[in-house]
Design a protein. Structure first.
Length: 51
């Protein structure tokens, strides 16, 4: 794995956990949380598979 792929493997779960934490605190609505998680996963998958 390259450094970029390792970074994506670390950053994506952090983004997902942060979005869920914001949802549980009442800052984000469900649709915002779902769209943030889907966007993070889609971007990570796209960048991870490009190499």
């Amino acid at each position: 794995m390259t450094d970029a792929q390792i970074g994506l493997s670390i950053a994506t779960p952090v983004i997902i956990v942060f979005a869920i934490a914001l949802y549980r605190m009442g800052v984000l609505q469900r649709t915002g949380t779902v769209s943030a998680v889907l966007a993070a996963v889609a971007i990570a998958a796209s960048l991870f598979l490009q190499r």
